[in-house]
Design a protein around this ligand. Structure first.
Ligand SMILES: Cc1ncc(COP(=O)(O)O)c(C=O)c1O
Length: 387
């Protein structure tokens, strides 16, 4: 090319799922059939009544049109109602902006909060897209250390030590991708007050929160929550609509106002068809979501039991509804080397630990939420043979 490109973006590693899928494509045809533990996508589709609703919507020419940047008023109201049921939340529609996936909500949050050179604190191991986005924006990711003993849960004292005058946010993901760990409500409160005390934002990504039993936390019940909390969330996993890109940003109305300036220049609005699907889910699918949570919990129990059986040299460090974070037994070899060998020899697709932050080479992430109950013993058996 005869022109320069952005150095910050060139320094970011390529999207890891694509890399792993290439290993899968390079396998010999004689190998065992592939078991995909790589990308976090529910293995089931949306319920037929949601699909029928979308089908009917496609025939309406209005569905082809833009909506207001922030989303249709009735959909934001449905979000409000659901947050009141789920979080006992003190919320109003003007605290929500519908986005193109949680991914776009995260970009909006970071662009509103930070300028190049600012810092955001992330808990290791962290969701790979977060540092990729930060580095692209020349925002410095500052990593809070990972302790196996704490199973990847954040330590407020360790995070406090990382706060500097350039810190703009403490970024947390609960349940965590990649460890599956859920931050207990008391710990989350402590981190919220730490952020508040230091006048930085607590940015909370709750993409998997519908897989938590009961109320995930009480931060939305606090008066003035939006002076500190910025929430990024996806409904893609909740309603099995990942391809529809159903995300949301929850924050103070003044914050949403800034985010909408960006959204207007970027995606304008969440597609109307997505909003219609989301509204249907929010208003009518609470029981369906609960049933899937219970199914995922059973899958998790089965996975943990199988993984703990004797003869497995891979060690489960942390796990939750969708994910397991595992230490591989090959000292001195990187997660990438081990994951590639598992893909080629055992037909197991996993993600190498190092894509989840510096120093994570001894680990792998397994997204067992992708595979059916019956497939779990076979998948775990392959780890036992490979170790
Ligand atoms: C923690 C976390 N945040 C955000 C996302 C992205 O969500 P969306 O597909 O809605 O952009 C994912 C997707 O896997 C995720 O794991």
């Amino acid at each position: 090319m005869r022109f320069a490109m952005n150095d910050h973006i060139q320094a970011v590693h390529e999207p890891p799922i694509g890399e792993v899928k290439r290993w899968a494509a390079a396998r010999s045809v004689e190998g065992p059939p592939l078991i995909d533990l790589c990308q976090a996508v529910p293995d089931y589709g949306p319920p037929p009544e949601l699909l029928a609703h979308l089908h009917a919507a496609v025939d309406d020419p209005l569905t082809c049109r833009y909506t207001p940047d922030e989303g249709l008023p009735e959909v934001r109201q449905a979000v409000c109602d659901r947050y009141r049921r789920r979080y006992d939340a003190k919320v109003q529609p003007d605290q929500f902006c519908l986005t193109v996936g949680a991914s776009a909500a995260f970009w909006l949050a970071m662009l509103v909060l930070c300028q190049a050179g600012d810092e955001v604190i992330l808990q290791l191991p962290c969701y790979f897209d977060h540092p990729m986005a930060l580095q692209s924006l020349a925002i410095r990711p500052v990593y809070a250390p990972f302790g196996e003993g704490q199973r990847g849960l954040p330590d407020p004292a360790a995070i406090a030590r990382l706060i500097t005058p350039r810190t703009r946010a403490i970024l947390l993901v609960s349940p965590s991708n990649p460890t599956g760990a859920v931050i207990p409500p008391d710990l989350l409160r402590e981190l919220y007050f730490l952020a508040r005390q230091h006048r930085v934002a607590l940015v909370l990504d709750e993409t998997y929160s519908d897989f938590i039993e009961g109320m995930p936390h009480d931060l939305f019940t606090l008066a003035g929550w939006h002076d500190t909390l910025v929430q990024v969330i996806s409904f893609g996993k909740s309603y099995a609509l990942t391809g529809y890109r159903a995300g949301l940003l929850a924050a103070a109305p003044a914050f949403i106002g800034q985010a909408l300036k960006l959204q207007d220049t970027m995606t304008v609005c969440q597609p109307r068809i997505t909003q219609l699907g989301l509204q249907y889910g929010l208003e009518r699918l609470d029981d369906w979501v609960t049933a899937n949570r219970l199914m995922m919990a059973l899958r998790h129990d089965r996975f943990v039991t199988e993984f703990a059986r004797p003869g497995n040299r891979f060690r489960l460090v942390a796990s939750g509804s969708f994910f397991a974070w595992v230490r591989h037994p090959f000292a001195g070899r990187t997660g990438r080397e081990v994951a590639q060998k598992l893909a080629l020899d055992a037909g197991l697709l996993t993600l190498p630990g190092e894509v989840f932050g510096p120093g994570m080479e001894d680990y792998l992430r397994l997204a067992f939420g992708n595979i059916r109950d019956q497939a779990i013993p076979e998948a775990v058996g392959r780890f036992r043979s490979a170790g």
